[in-house]
Design a protein around this ligand. Structure first.
Ligand code: TXA
Ligand code: MG
Length: 350
């Protein structure tokens, strides 16, 4: 049985936090809200507890977990050293949605890291998350709280849909502020590299440490990604997702033509369009992702809308691509994965 409790982030009930921390200390699993997406938490120092995370999610064992800390003492206990560049980034972005790789100490088991000698760590800014970690007095392993392959959960309803009956408890802390996962960065090599684009943009990081690049595998499918999670099909609803990229006016025409064709084949079609173009779509179930000038709005809507596709039993999801800069890089990374390679180039602007 999964215990589901509500905690108001503006008025946190300490007794409930303590109750949840007891579950974690007893090697149980507790889903907790963060500012990015919901996390499936367990004691990062216990293999028994960590194994329950992999089982609940159906996650491949070679895909390592992020460890969440609430203070630097916890970090010192699990990593060998804090490189200068990591310190600079932590000072600027912690607590918040930036995950950094460190050389792990032996206390972090291979189960968490999928056999790698690095461990990915972040300090979330969500007050509920911080209070829970503090009450446990332990680092918490916490992948996104979805069944492996599904879009990450940004509301407690999403979590309940995926994990009710599979975890010990779920803390309902309301909607996640960002709705997009943290950025994963590796600063252990000469040139810092973003392994997974996320809520903190490359542009914001570059203001702090100058040189930073994306993992080339993000752009070239033939290369092997340094972040094991990047190689899996992910964020995918049950229906087929088609991603349209290029000139917006050509995208509109192509989506309208495809919609007519699929409807003709008796398929249920959902369109994920941007606010600027939404009036130009003629048929299908039309959803407004948000404005092209406000990628934060699009990123906070995206996972909810991909999940809506399943609720509505859409056979086909036609999504408008956006500019791949700033937060647009993370949004397009998730849409590309959701599409499983069904990407249609429209016009020349690519
Ligand atoms: O915002 C977030 O990061 C959320 C919240 C709950 O904190 N967590 C999250 O975790 O998205 P997860 O497990 O769904 O994604 C972790 C990503 C995966 O792509 C994984 O491969 C990568 O981080 N990762 C973890 N440890 C790594 C390591 N040592 N080296 C390279 N990539 C790593
Ligand atoms: Mg995930």
């Amino acid at each position: 049985m999964t215990k589901i409790i509500k905690i108001d982030k503006e008025n946190i009930d300490e007794a409930l936090i303590i109750e949840m921390s007891h579950i974690i200390k007893n090697n149980g699993t507790v889903v907790f809200p963060t500012e990015t997406v919901y996390g499936l938490g367990a004691n990062a120092l216990s293999d028994v507890a960590v194994a329950k995370i992999f089982a609940a999610k159906g996650r491949p064992s070679d895909n390592p977990l992020i460890v969440h800390v609430s203070n630097i003492e916890q970090l010192d206990k699990i990593v060998e050293i804090i490189p200068v560049k990591a310190k600079i980034l932590m000072d600027k972005f912690w607590p918040g949605p930036l995950t950094l790789l460190f050389k792990k100490k032996a206390i972090i088991s291979d189960l968490i890291t999928g056999g790698l000698d690095t461990v990915a760590v972040r300090m979330p800014s969500s007050r509920i998350a911080l209070k829970l970690i503090e009450a446990c007095d332990l680092p918490l392993a916490g992948p996104s709280a979805n069944i492996s392959g599904k879009p990450s959960p940004t509301t407690a309803e999403h979590v309940i849909k995926d994990l009710d009956g599979r975890v010990d408890a779920i803390i309902d802390g309301g909607d996640c502020e960002f709705g997009m996962e943290s950025t994963v960065i590796d600063v252990l090599n000469e040139t810092p590299m973003i392994l997974r684009p996320g809520s903190i943009t490359l542009e914001a990081i570059a203001q702090t440490i100058n040189t930073v690049i994306y993992d080339p595998a993000m752009i070239h499918d033939t290369l092997i990604a340094k972040s094991p999670g990047q190689k899996y099909i992910h964020y995918a609803p049950k229906g087929e997702v088609y991603l349209y990229i290029g000139v917006p006016s050509d995208i509109i025409d192509a989506i309208n033509q495809a919609t007519a064709r699929f409807i003709n084949e008796s398929k249920k079609v959902m369109i994920l369009g941007t606010e600027e173009n939404i009036m130009a779509y003629k048929e299908g179930i039309i959803f407004n992702l948000g404005s092209r000038t406000n990628p934060m709005e699009i990123s906070s809507n995206l996972f909810s809308m991909l999940r809506k596709a399943d609720e509505l039993k859409a056979d086909i999801i036609l999504a408008e691509g956006i500019d791949e800069e700033g937060l647009g890089v993370a949004i397009m990374n998730r849409l590309r994965k959701a599409s499983g390679g069904r990407i249609i180039n429209c016009g020349e602007l690519i």
